[in-house]
Design a protein around this ligand. Structure first.
Ligand SMILES: [Zn+2]
Length: 352
């Protein structure tokens, strides 16, 4: 019997697929103010560098082109993978990039149009064939669980791991997910169907020690300071104060993903001050009427969002198949916002 979460989806007698639908889940344990020295050192080793990268797996819109596949991005923070959208054939791009599919713990789906979801069933099936045991969470607007369950019910597919589809709701920006590396917020976009953008923000990084002052400190004491704790002596007095021995906390990097959407002031507010922004640019300004009719954006509009939101860098993608390359989109966007880059397939962008 399938194990059902908080939702009401009967999965079938022969299914081991566990599928629940819940509003949202905020995980991650809070640490106590004081942690033991050994734990501190392990944490120090694990989080010394937290690379934050975005790999473009696909950046095409509805009709694919040779070399331009449907939307999908692999975001990696501190070696943990997060998949955003899963257009057709996403698993092939992941395999080409030698990504271990079973190390993807969480997937965020913007909306249910096929060019953002048609790769999901194939990817999930392959994960099962690869003997996945760890849970998989998928965050999505309403309807995805039905789509997946029906497919697996009819094809009599049995999964060997727990799959949880978590519905995203709401008209405001709100947190939907958290783990030891990131917190993720969802915010509504303006498209023909219910659509959400996602804001991924890394957790606070370790503090940097002031090199000139630490020669006499033990490794354990340095670990405590890097983790944001004062070091106390045996009388409980402060031996080494955090502010005196460390530089201020590095800024937490953030990435906002907006596909698909019309130009919207609400989107500008939702992505305000993020470090990197991906904003769809399906059309050129010459076809702005078409953009409005199909509830998409132009390259100029994407750049305007970036400029008005005060972001650092902009990625544009989701080009209509009527355009053979990024050249005109890039030129148009860079007139408004010079720090614009094309979300070319296979490219990896580092936020550091
Ligand atoms: Zn769409």
């Amino acid at each position: 019997m399938g194990n059902i979460g908080l939702g009401h989806h009967i999965v079938g007698e022969y299914f081991r697929l566990r599928l629940g639908v819940i509003a949202c889940r905020v995980g991650g344990a809070k640490q106590n103010g004081y942690i033991c020295l050994v734990q501190s050192f392990i944490f120090y080793k694990a989080k010394y560098n937290m690379p934050f990268t975005i790999k473009i797996l696909g950046s095409g819109s509805a009709a694919p082109l040779k070399g331009r596949h449907h939307s999908a991005q692999l975001v990696t923070v501190n070696q943990q993978h997060y998949l955003i959208d899963c257009g057709e054939g996403t698993q092939y791009r992941l395999i080409e990039g030698k990504t271990n599919l079973n190390k993807i713990a969480v997937i965020f789906i913007s909306h249910l149009h096929g060019d953002h979801t048609l790769g999901l069933v194939g990817l999930i099936s392959t994960m099962s064939l690869l003997s996945r045991k760890n849970d998989l969470k998928i965050y999505s607007p309403v309807g995805l669980s039905e789509l997946i369950v029906e497919h697996f019910r009819i094809s009599k597919t049995v999964l060997d791991f727990d799959l949880q589809v978590i519905e995203v709701h709401g008209n405001t920006k709100h947190q939907v997910y958290e783990d030891e590396n990131v917190k993720v917020l969802a915010f509504p976009l303006v498209h023909g169907v219910e659509t959400y953008g996602y804001w991924l923000e890394e957790k606070p990084r370790l503090r940097n020690l002031i090199k000139e002052k630490i020669a006499h400190l033990t490794v354990e004491e340095m670990g405590l300071l890097k983790n944001g704790h004062n070091v106390y002596d045996s009388n409980g007095e402060v031996k080494y104060a955090l502010e005196e021995y460390t530089h201020p906390q590095p800024k937490c990097l953030s990435y906002a993903y907006c596909s698909d959407t019309m130009f919207s002031k609400k989107v500008i507010e939702a992505v305000r001050s993020c470090d990197w922004l991906y904003h769809e640019a399906t059309y050129l300004e010459a076809h702005v009427e078409r953009a409005v009719n199909n509830q998409h954006a132009t390259a100029k509009q994407a750049a305007t969002v970036a400029k008005e939101a005060g972001v650092q860098k902009l990625l544009i993608g989701h080009l209509s198949s009527r355009y053979e390359n990024f050249d005109a989109h890039l030129a148009e966007a860079m007139k408004e916002f010079s720090n614009t880059f094309p979300a070319t397939e296979g490219k990896v962008f580092s936020l550091l």
